[in-house]
Each structure stands twice: as structure tokens, then as C-alpha cells.
Design a protein around this ligand. Structure first.
Ligand code: NDP
Length: 434
């Protein structure tokens, strides 16, 4: 804490991981050597920079940009770019730290990183968004590269923004190699990448449900958020026979007791992806119920999939979900549950998966995009989707293997933290003190 003042999210993520690792390291003392843990909690490099750009009124705007290059131990730095007013050093350091373990869990050769800016895309014109992306890359380009650091999308950065950033990168570097993933299909993108995080979260949750002899078929599901991850989580949960009754954004929650359909999802996607609208606009177009300022967690459901942002599900929300009989909670977002909420779920014996396990399908498919680009090939939809499914099943199996605690209880939190750690730690030990 003393070394990282004013970084509560980073300390929260480190605390959660260290609580899992302590008992494991006590019985595996080689991991206490070579200053391994001290090195692991320190990003290899942090770049902070000024982004100056001119808005539609001719005014100069200044934002702050970041790239956290957390660990290259098992491959090039890899992780998304976030554009949101809440972006700061603490948030990005927590995300880069988590990313390192998550990427290790995918079994693909990717290190961990994260970046972004305190830019608010809401209300900006298309021209402003493009100029901002170009200004951002005019500094970022010197720190990234296909074998150095490969960014992707995250909150506020979707296909449109990745396209502008990849285009500027190409112009500045005079190279057409893979420096961004999440690209459009016409210039090197992978099929299934847009769907991958949401689909992967549902594939993971289905594996969790199987351990209790259940499946999504016939279950009631609450999804939070309505962006990239949430949309495809809704789609895949419906495809597996579930009834999805909520989505949300920072303005409130949509409650639809009849359940989502493909037609309703198409309207939500139109509102969110083409008009950058609010969920209330969706409610007005469909007649669904909109609850201003509310989160979805008061709605009785069997499965909860938080897919919006960090710390969006607290101890009170967890208590409500538990009281309403929730079976399974799988995080589509990064660290959406507070530490207290996670403890409550685990204490109540509810199937709970942390984002670094259940949302790893996005970055895994980014890894598949890198492979396709490196071989100048593109694989069919079914092939990428099947590899994604196999990777999610593999992560689930790794959680089971490492997550059984001395008291006999199974914890996905411990399993994901220890399995990811072992891979990164072994690679670090083999490469010496650097
Ligand atoms: P999007 O920008 O597409 O969507 C974000 C959604 O979350 C929006 O509905 C947004 O609502 C909501 N949201 C954001 N901030 C807040 C907030 N402070 N309070 C309430 N709601 C909020 O982002 P993604 O879907 O890509 O990302 C969602 C989460 O998933 C993030 O935690 C991200 O790190 C994680 N993730 C994403 C991956 C990907 O492949 N995209 C991969 C792995 C994890 P509003 O429009 O009102 O802001």
C-alpha cells in the first residue's frame, strides 16, 4: 500500500490474488525465491503520455494516455485499450496485473498489459473519435509492435476505434503486421472475435453448471451491461435455452420478464452499436421496463453474468442474489464483484468464477487472431468457435485441478489464481532475475 498510494483497484486485485497464493507458496517454497512475488506486483514498464487533439469547435482538448506493460514472461504484452472518464493509473494497473494471469490461463503465448485514456467517447462526433484515436496512437506507436505489445479493445473501444488505431499504426510504422487485435474482417480480423468474450463466459458457466448436473436450459439469467461482452453473453445464453431477463448500462436496468429474443437483441445492438444510445432508448423502442439508476441484482435469477465494469456488484447485491437462490455467478467483466461479494458467494457454496477465468475467451481469440495474421491465413467461423470452446473447457479444468482447497471445497478464485501464477512463475524462474 505504501508504494502505491491512491491505487485502491490495484491493491484490491493484488490482495485477492495474494490471498489465494499464500497457502500454495507455503507448500511450494521455490515460488518464494528470486524475489518472484515482489517482481510480479511491479509492472515491467508504465508509459504515461499527453494526448492533444482538436475538437469540432476548434478547441484544443488534452487527455492523459497510458500503457501498462506488466509482464513479458510468456509472450508479448497483450491487453485492451479502455476509453472511459474513470481511467487512471490504479484501474489500468489492476487490469494489466489481472491480464497477466488470464493470458497465462489461455495456454497461448501472451504476456500481460493494458492501456487507455480518460477520454469519454459519449457525445463525441465520429470525426472527434477518429482524431482522438489517431492522436492516441501518435504516441502509443513507439511502445507497441507485433512481437512487443499487441493492444485490443475494451470499454469504449470497439471495432470502429480499433480500426482507426490500426490504420494510424500502419501509417506511422509502414508495416502491415498484427499490432492490434479486434480488427475488422477486411484487414486481418478474426471471425468470432467480437463474440468471443460473451460466448466464452457462457461456455465457462455451462461447464460450471455441469459440475452440479445442471445446464443453461430453462434457467433465468441476469446480465449487466449492454456493450460488447453483454450482447454476446445474452446471445449465447439464449442459444443454450436460458431466459435472459435483464441488461443494463450506467443509467439503469432493463427488466424483461418475457425474456430476450434474437429480435430484441438486434434492437439492443442497433441502439448501442450504431446510435451509441442508452438502454432507455431500447426500452422506448420495445416497450420493455426501464428502472432508472438500478442495477440488475435485485431480480431473482439462477445465473448472474456481470458484464459491465469493476465493482458493480457489492456485498449487498451478493446477499440479495443469494437470498433469491442464485446458483452460478460468472464474471464477464473484469473484477465486477467486490472482494466482500466474492467471499459471500464462496461462503454460500455458490458456483463463482472470477473474470480472469470466465472472460478469458476474448483475449484467447485475440491470440488466435495473432496466429492467423502470422501465417497470413484466416480460419472459418466454426474452427475459431470450436478452439474458443476448447480453451474455455481447458481453463475450467485447470481451475478444478488447482482450486480444490485443503478443506475439500472447490474455489474457482483460487484455481484461476494458482494455475495462472504457476505458468508465469515457472517462466520467470527459468529466465532469471530480470
Ligand atoms: P463496452 O464499452 O462495449 O460496454 C461497457 C458496458 O458497461 C456498457 O453497457 C456501459 O454502460 C457499462 N459500464 C461501463 N462503465 C460503467 C459504470 N461505471 N457503471 C455502470 N455501467 C458501466 O465494453 P466491453 O463490453 O468490451 O467491456 C465490459 C467489461 O468486460 C469490462 O470490464 C472489460 O474490461 C471486460 N472485458 C472485455 C473484453 C472484450 O473483449 N471486450 C475481454 C475481457 C473482459 P454505459 O454505456 O452507460 O457506459
Amino acid at each position: 500500500g505504501d508504494r502505491n498510494p491512491g491505487q485502491p483497484e490495484f491493491l484490491q486485485a493484488v490482495t485477492e490474488v495474494m490471498e489465494s497464493l499464500w497457502p500454495y507458496i507455503e507448500s511450494h517454497p521455490k515460488y518464494a525465491e528470486q524475489g518472484l512475488l515482489d517482481r510480479l506486483v511491479e509492472p515491467e514498464r508504465v508509459v504515461m503520455f499527453r494526448i492533444a487533439w482538436v475538437d469540432d469547435h476548434g478547441q484544443v482538448q488534452v487527455n492523459r494516455g497510458y500503457r501498462i506493460q506488466h509482464s513479458m514472461a510468456i509472450g508479448p504484452y497483450k491487453g485492451g485499450i479502455r476509453f472511459h472518464p474513470s481511467v487512471n493509473l490504479s484501474v489500468l494497473k489492476f487490469l494489466a496485473f489481472e491480464q497477466t494471469f488470464k493470458n497465462a490461463l489461455t495456454t497461448l503465448p501472451m504476456g500481460g498489459g493494458k492501456g487507455g485514456a480518460d477520454f469519454d467517447p459519449k457525445g463525441k462526433s465520429p470525426g472527434e473519435v477518429m482524431r482522438f484515436c489517431q492522436a492516441f496512437v501518435s504516441e502509443l506507436f513507439r511502445h507497441v509492435g507485433s512481437d512487443t505489445d499487441v493492444p485490443a479493445g475494451d470499454i469504449g473501444v470497439g471495432g470502429r476505434e480499433v480500426g482507426y488505431m490500426a490504420g494510424m499504426m500502419k501509417k506511422l510504422s509502414n508495416r502491415a503486421d498484427c499490432v492490434f487485435t479486434g480488427k475488422g474482417l477486411t484487414f486481418g480480423g478474426s471471425l468470432i472475435r467480437p463474440e468471443a468474450t460473451g460466448y466464452g463466459t457462457v461456455y465457462f458457466a455451462e461447464e460450471m453448471l455441469k459440475t452440479r448436473g445442471r445446464s443453461f436450459a430453462g434457467l433465468r439469467v441476469a446480465v449487466s451491461g449492454s456493450g460488447n461482452v453483454a450482447q454476446y453473453a445474452v446471445e449465447k445464453a439464449m442459444a443454450l435455452g436460458a431466459k435472459v431477463v435483464t441488461v443494463s448500462d450506467s443509467s439503469g436496468t432493463i427488466l424483461d420478464e418475457d425474456g430476450f429474443t434474437q429480435e430484441k437483441l438486434a434492437i439492443l445492438m442497433d441502439v448501442k452499436n450504431h446510435h451509441y444510445g442508452r438502454v432507455n432508448d431500447y426500452a422506448q423502442r420495445t416497450g420493455a421496463r426501464f428502472e432508472a439508476g438500478k442495477r440488475p441484482w435485485h431480480v431473482p435469477v439462477d445465473v448472474a453474468l456481470p458484464c459491465a465494469t469493476q465493482n458493480e456488484l457489492d456485498a449487498d447485491d451478493a446477499a440479495t442474489l443469494i437470498r433469491n437462490g442464485v446458483l452460478c455467478v460468472a464474471e464477464g467483466a473484469n473484477m465486477p464483484s467486490t472482494i466482500e461479494a466474492v467471499k459471500a458467494f464462496e461462503a454460500a457454496g455458490i458456483l463463482f468464477a472470477p473474470g480472469k477465468a470466465s472472460n478469458a475467451g476474448g483475449v484467447a481469440t485475440s491470440g488466435l487472431e495473432m496466429s492467423q495474421n502470422a501465417t497470413r491465413m484466416s480460419w472459418p467461423r466454426e474452427e475459431v468457435d470450436n478452439r474458443l470452446l476448447q480453451i474455455m473447457k481447458g481453463i475450467h479444468a485447470a481451475c478444478l485441478e488447482y482450486g480444490t482447497r485443503p478443506d475439500g471445497k472447490m474455489s474457482y478464485v483460487h484455481g484461476a489464481n494458482i494455475a495462472g501464477f504457476v505458468k508465469v512463475a515457472d517462466a520467470m524462474l527459468a529466465q532469471g532475475v530480470i
